[in-house]
Design a protein around this ligand. Structure first.
Ligand code: IPE
Ligand code: IPE
Ligand code: MG
Length: 247
């Protein structure tokens, strides 16, 4: 039985989020520049998107560039942005062929103009696809997103279109970039780092976390399936007792 066949389709996560980490170390191990790792990371992105679509995962969110990543050496930032523009334009046809819709979350207007334009074009060209939604987190950080949400809610209060007493969890959720998506049931991080790095802090409240030592450019379909199988063997209690779940 292959790993893919071991996945229980009735317990499939609807939304999987991934912190793709370890590109730089992967390149260094090979005596190469960090950008070589990012370039090879694109192969893993392709594999993972394909795997998600094949098993029927509805949302796949990939953390591609964080707010904090702007602080990296300028030449790495520029190379990453160029890689992004190039990859998005090269992959749009494949996304359409596979019926995959592209979306993005983050401070997209802070991206270089060509990158922003390319991204919007790909989002527009794939907007009617229905099989899987690929969400790129770009210039994204959760604190940025939550701060933004608070600002939007404050505007509603100022305009008297919302009363303070009516603010509940749904108000917050509705003002996040992910308002149209289900919360991720599973979050994967590669490269052996055990931290969240400012990713989806609100949305991950009850997600199952899966860490693997594999560096992102080595991540393949089988690794993705393995994470799903691990997730399916967990008991999600949401604060209840095990006995309550059985009855
Ligand atoms: C992840 O790999 C890609 C991005 C953050 C853009 P890194 O570039 O963080 O690689 P390491 O963690 O330094 O090995
Ligand atoms: C997190 O990886 C951001 C992305 C994968 C885009 P980093 O490599 O930037 O995170 P830290 O600095 O190790 O926490
Ligand atoms: Mg890293």
């Amino acid at each position: 039985m292959s790993l893919k066949e071991k996945i229980n389709p009735s317990k499939l996560p609807q939304h999987i989020a991934i912190i793709m980490d370890g590109n730089g170390r992967w390149a260094k191990q090979k005596g190469q520049e960090r950008i070589f790792g990012h370039e090879n990371g694109v192969i893993s992105v392709r594999e993972t998107v394909e795997a998600a679509a094949e098993v029927g995962v509805k949302y796949l969110t990939l953390y591609a560039f964080s707010t904090e990543n702007w602080n990296r050496p300028q030449e790495e930032v520029i190379a990453l942005m160029q890689l992004l523009v190039h990859t998005i334009s090269a992959e749009t046809a494949t996304l359409n062929k596979n019926n995959i819709r592209l979306q993005a979350i983050g401070d997209l207007q802070s991206l270089p103009a060509d990158c922003y334009a390319e991204l919007n074009e790909a989002i527009d060209q794939t907007k009617n696809n229905t099989r899987t939604t690929l969400v790129l987190a770009l210039s994204y950080s959760s604190r940025w997103e939550i701060t933004n949400a608070v600002r939007q809610i404050a505007l509603h209060l100022e305009n008297k279109t919302l009363l303070a007493k009516d603010i509940d969890e749904n108000t917050i959720t509705a003002n996040l970039c992910t308002s149209s998506m289900p919360e991720p049931e599973l979050m994967i991080r590669t490269s052996g780092e055990h931290r969240i790095s400012n990713f989806l802090l609100w949305q991950l409240a009850y997600s199952e976390l899966y860490f693997t030592d594999k560096l992102w450019p080595d991540f393949r379909k089988e690794d993705f399936y393995e994470a799903i199988i691990d997730y399916q063997n967990r008991e999600r209690r949401f604060g209840k007792t095990s006995e309550q779940l059985i009855s």
